[in-house]
Design a protein around this ligand. Sequence first.
Ligand SMILES: Cc1cc2nc3c(=O)[nH]c(=O)nc-3n(C[C@H](O)[C@H](O)[C@H](O)COP(=O)(O)OP(=O)(O)OC[C@H]3O[C@@H](n4cnc5c(N)ncnc54)[C@H](O)[C@@H]3O)c2cc1C
Length: 405
Amino acid sequence: MQFSSNVIIIGGGITGYLLALILSRANISVTLVEEKIKESGVKDFDGRAYALSFSSINVLKATDLWDQIKEHSQEIRKMKIFKDNENYPINSPLLEFDKSDLNGENIAFMVEDRFLTAVLYDALGDDVEMINNSNAVSFEENGNKIIVDLDKGIRVSADLVVAADGKNSKTAKHFGLSRLGWKYNQTSLVCAVSHEYPHEGIAYQKFYPSGPFAILPLKGNKSSLVWTESSNDAKAINNLPDKDYLKSLEKKFGDFLGDISVIGNKNSFELDLGFAESIIGSRLALVGDSAQNIHPLAGQGLNLGIRDIASLADVVIDGFRLGEDIGSVQVLTRYEKWRRFDSTLLSASTDIINRLFSTENKFNEITNVIGMRAVEHTPLIKKILMYEAMGMIGDLPRLLRGVAP
Ligand SMILES: Cc1cc2nc3c(=O)[nH]c(=O)nc-3n(C[C@H](O)[C@H](O)[C@H](O)COP(=O)(O)OP(=O)(O)OC[C@H]3O[C@@H](n4cnc5c(N)ncnc54)[C@H](O)[C@@H]3O)c2cc1C
């Protein structure tokens, strides 16, 4: 079987779906290839959830999806950050972000992966050619086109290939792009808990020497946890029977929300930092984790990916409307220039924060505490940090401002 489209996206995760939707709405034909079998409908809760920033929500608003997603999401009204020696949440935190510092703008919304994925999948409908359970085996340039051969004998001809196939991107490897980075020797244990008392939309992040421990509010009396330990300890905790896992968890969580119990699946993710040496190649653009994967301590990985696709969509849609070759170096260089600073800044800052806080080093500990307290008492710096986390600093593509291109 053989067909052609303007763009072929490899990888049907959230960034792949969202980009496919945005491009197809601008009359750009899209084929989306995903190696797993994906189906319509909301799955059982698997514990995965994301803190979506203000600018990511703007993209969902511009694609008319936000109202459906918002129904299932929980606003984060406040974020409190502690060092491990503080008796949270009774004592005042080291640093506190409140929506009142932003004239009432939302800090972020927590959304479970299963709702986000289901809404996006259904929105794609018949407008995008979806090929599930398939892998690309070769990419070959032919004049102004790129020919992609999939297993199962399918051949797609396109102007541009987008790699949205995650941090182990085979597509980037096919194009010979190398990846830089390092392992953290940390693993995040991820699960959700139900608790007795309401969280009131407050998110907590506590920095232990072994890694950060985040409690992120979900809809109802539920919270999502990202509990980071050294990889050895995480493995041992993961192997505990449920009752003992809960006991270890309670030690970190505390009892300020009353009794807790684990709901849904327990997951774990080994952490590393990775970034492609270039996010473009010949008729190729990388987005999302295939371009960079960062430490989850700031909950920014997916937000960064959404900023990638908003920028790529902007340049590709404009190029398409002007009759340019959307796979050309000229168009793709605009994308690379737009993204490099933001992604490098965020990759570096999450890496530095993790190194400074996930340590037993007393000197680092003292300087961190002084630094955090200084930020807490300097409203302007605090506001700048909040706008950066919201993805609202710099020259923004239209989608991040909530405008459909
Ligand atoms: C513990 C943890 C907590 C996090 N919390 C947050 C948070 O609160 N907020 C936030 O913004 N981010 C968060 N992140 C980051 C976020 O999960 C990722 O950045 C995001 O899921 C990346 O999405 P993606 O679509 O780029 O890649 P992926 O989600 O990895 O999707 C890639 C897709 O491509 C498919 N695929 C892979 N290879 C191929 C192939 N060869 N051919 C076809 N298909 C292929 C896969 O099956 C998958 O469907 C967190 C990450 C971790 C580890």
